[in-house]
Design a protein around this ligand. Structure first.
Ligand code: ADP
Ligand code: MG
Length: 398
């Protein structure tokens, strides 16, 4: 019997109608004689009564600052409510189902509250479910220490839970259900022309996710890639085929895969930092920045200065450090990073020239750039974001 992990995101479990769709997807898997291992996110997004942010706000305003251990305990509730809801709906439709916390499902982590790392996966509970024909419905985004303390997985949330369980159980595939028909050539909220991509490689999706495409978390892609389990992104609300993610798409005959660039991702809230710093200085700027846990990218080093970008959230921390170390620096706020991604870009000449041509035609100023084998990232002003993404889409993806 095929084992499949089905993960349902926040919008999929948000309303009675959407939960009905979720139940239908699970029942459809059962009808195919597959064993569904269901993972759910918390119900609703910011502002809705059971959303994670609402729970945190509630305790914060009524009781004050929450300690890390209690924070994780509280954070885990949103997904537990969701798991109970979906398991109950299944039971009342005549299926055997059981809601499980991450810890009960066997996800054992270290004790770094708020950002715990996986230590190992105990598969016995879920295997027992399979033997007894019970559908396990697991609360995403959480685990437990070997002492049973509740932890959350930090980055990646429920997508990561799905990949972790699939890896531990050697599942046949992972289905990530969300509110779009699959992975698209760009974020449909920014680019109206964005189209669904039928197949992509793990590397391409990892680069997309890592460059800001919200549709899946990079960590989830990493685990699936490591275990070599096919990952499929689908829409809870439609019957579209979705996007299948595999090792390489080079052998998949498709018009889509002829493109040098397969997709465009973006990340907002970037700040460009220019620091006067000689390469001969022994102050070791980048080392100090790393020690402050400020992550930087788009790093360009020149003899007398360094340029890099940070997230707006890290601005205060970085400025405090630069001032303490007596650096002269300037900041450019309100930037966005746009990244073009494509496995086939490697070795193809003229990609950067085409980006510059597209930007020049659309009157988008390029502030900075960096590239890797399969990506080219460009820093621009945020107000140019829609123009820039559409210009690149026209140039490479039509
Ligand atoms: P979920 O709650 O199901 O996890 P998310 O909001 O995390 O859903 O992810 C889905 C959203 O990701 C879409 O609604 C879309 O706006 C956004 N997104 C960003 N880039 C892309 C892309 N390249 N393809 C598809 N969706 C994208
Ligand atoms: Mg998501």
């Amino acid at each position: 019997m095929n084992k499949i992990v089905q993960k349902f995101g926040g919008t999929s479990v948000a309303t009675p109608e959407s939960r009905e769709k979720v139940i239908n997807k699970i029942i459809a898997a059962k009808a195919q004689d597959e064993f569904p291992i269901v993972v759910v996110s918390a119900i609703g997004r910011k502002g809705s009564p059971y959303a994670t942010d609402t729970l945190i706000d509630f305790v914060n305003t009524s009781a004050g600052v929450i300690t890390d251990r209690e924070y994780d305990l509280l954070l885990s509730c949103g997904e537990i409510i969701s798991a109970v809801m979906i398991a109950t709906l299944l039971c009342n439709k005549g299926y055997k189902a059981k809601a499980l916390t991450g810890g009960q499902a066997g996800i054992i982590t270290d004790n770094h509250y708020k950002n715990a790392d996986l230590l190992h996966i105990k598969t016995n509970t879920i295997e027992a479910c399979q033997e007894q024909n019970i559908i396990p419905v697991i609360a995403g985004f959480q685990g437990a220490t070997s002492d049973g303390e509740v932890t959350t997985l930090g980055r990646g949330g429920s997508d990561t839970t799905a990949s972790i369980l699939a890896m531990g159980l050697a599942a046949d595939r992972i289905e990530i259900y969300t509110d779009v028909d699959g992975i698209m050539t760009a974020d449909p909220r920014v680019c109206e022309k964005a189209r669904i991509i039928p197949s992509l490689s793990y590397n391409e999706v990892f680069q997309m996710a890592d460059s800001g495409a919200k549709v899946i978390h990079p960590r989830a892609v990493e685990y699936a890639m490591r275990a070599n389990i096919p990952l499929i992104i689908k829409n809870t609300f439609t019957d579209e085929e979705g996007t299948t993610i595999i090792q390489t798409t080079k052998d998949v005959p498709s018009k889509e895969n002829d493109h040098v660039i397969t997709s465009i991702a973006h990340r907002n809230n970037r700040v460009q930092v220019t620091v006067q710093d000689s390469v001969l200085s022994d102050k070791n700027l980048l080392d100090q920045v790393a020690k402050e846990n400020v992550s930087i990218d788009l790093i360009n080093i020149f003899p007398q200065y360094k340029v890099f970008t940070i997230d707006e959230d890290h601005k205060l921390k970085l400025e405090t450090l630069l001032q303490k170390m007596n650096y002269k620096y300037t900041l450019m706020e309100g930037c966005s990073k746009v990244t073009v991604i494509g496995e086939r870009m490697t070795g193809v000449p003229g990609v950067m020239a085409r980006i510059l041509k597209a930007f020049s035609k659309a009157k988008v100023e390029m502030l900075q750039t960096a590239d890797s084998l399969t990506t080219i990232a460009c820093l621009i002003k945020k107000e140019n974001l829609t123009k820039a993404i559409n210009a690149l889409h026209d140039e490479f993806l039509l």
